[in-house]
Design a binder for this molecule. Sequence first.
Ligand code: SAH
Ligand code: SF4
Ligand code: F3S
Length: 460
Amino acid sequence: MDRAEYIRDEYAAEVIAGHYKRQPYAFIRNFGCQQNVNDSERMRGVLEDLGYQMVDAPEEADLILFNTCAVREHAEQRVYGNLGALKSLKQQKPGLLLGLCGCMAVEKTTIEKLRASYPYVDMVLGTNPAHQLPAALVEKMTTRKKALRLPAVRGDVVEEVPLVRHSAFRAFVPIMYGCDNFCSYCIVPYVRGRERSRMPADVLAEVTQLVEAGYKEITLLGQNVNSYGKGTGEKVDFSDLLAMLCAIPGDFKIRFMTSHPKDATRKMIDTIAKYPQLCSHLHLPVQSGSNEILARMNRRYTAEDYLGLINYAKSCCPEMTFSSDVMVGYPGETEEDFEKTVALVREVGFTQLFTFIYSKRPGTQAAEQPDNTGHRDKAGRIHRLQVLQEEMVAQIATPWVGQTFTGLVEDAGRAEGTMQARLDNNMLVEFAADEALLGRIVPVKITAVKGAMLEGEHAK
Ligand code: SAH
Ligand code: SF4
Ligand code: F3S
């Protein structure tokens, strides 16, 4: 692993100041997962450091950056739709710079499509866009190159990149980048490159700084957090890292995602059970309940392995909740395979289930497999899972009515005069409260279960 440190590019700041000769404005739109949100925070940090001021409307910006996602076709279509809508703005404002970055920006198909249909995109950056920005902007401003495409830098870990966080009390902290799993359907390893972990000392320093600054919830990010530590040269695995972070003094909670069932260990479950700072919730994507499908997905565990781990967690930590990702309509999935997924969902009892219809990603192994299931059947399967999930969450959460939990107040509620708090177990509860509670950890008594949301009252 190569560890690099970001250094402020004075020359870039000068070129940008000379180019605009006034305050320049920038707009970033995020289309992806938490990793992408975190990359956008860094992009914002670098841009502000270079003299830009952020704006909320693309019409006011001199620089527009789209941070994209490639995980499903639908995510890409949204980006193209939004790019199309910028064509007239680009014509009205000749100096406007338009950049595409993130996971889509690395795909060959995207480059072809941009060339053919969106030639007005000025820059294409990769999945490490923040520290590439200074050089990209200088090149754009000092040469006449039309569409600038920077090579995707995939192998490095760059520390000390300035960032502006999206919240003053919840923070994302990446602990690793990339993915080596190559699940047959998934584009991520191709666009985010090989797995590499940050040094434990860098993670510890960042989390310590956040806790000292008053952050209440830290979410550790990685595509496969359970294989944390490989290549750092230190004997710190994911569970050790969690324990190190729990030794930081202060009133804060730690979450993490995503765990991979083939690498998640009993040691990790024991660690969660031991430290009160670790939230009693585990997001463990299962994808399917059929061993045949799991094998063809290259997931490298069976439904029995998965249930074994969940049952171990339930026995050590009875209050722990579970969430998962499930995919329907993988090439060749039969009704019988799907029934096995339904049975697994019923057996585990997830509090949250993210359901997806398989989407073919060019370049992946599954894209070569014949897909004979019709869209109606796939839509029927996902609907059945969603109906079952509603039943399950009601079953799990109804016994909580009357109990008091603590939760971090993270947002305004849907109804006037209410706020939403996230409980330790990752469930959201809405309750009558004043905005002044935002960012505080408060006790809430559960009064009702409304679909995936709980209702409660502030317990004083
Ligand atoms: N690294 C994480 C997941 C990242 S992608 C993990 O392994 O769990 C988030 C979810 O998107 C996946 O869990 C999967 O359910 C879904 N997904 C990924 N590729 C997909 C595809 N080609 N079609 C449909 N859903 C997909
Ligand atoms: Fe994709 Fe699998 Fe890696 Fe998750 S573990 S990012 S699903 S390849
Ligand atoms: Fe995230 Fe989408 Fe990339 S899910 S890793 S932004 S493909």
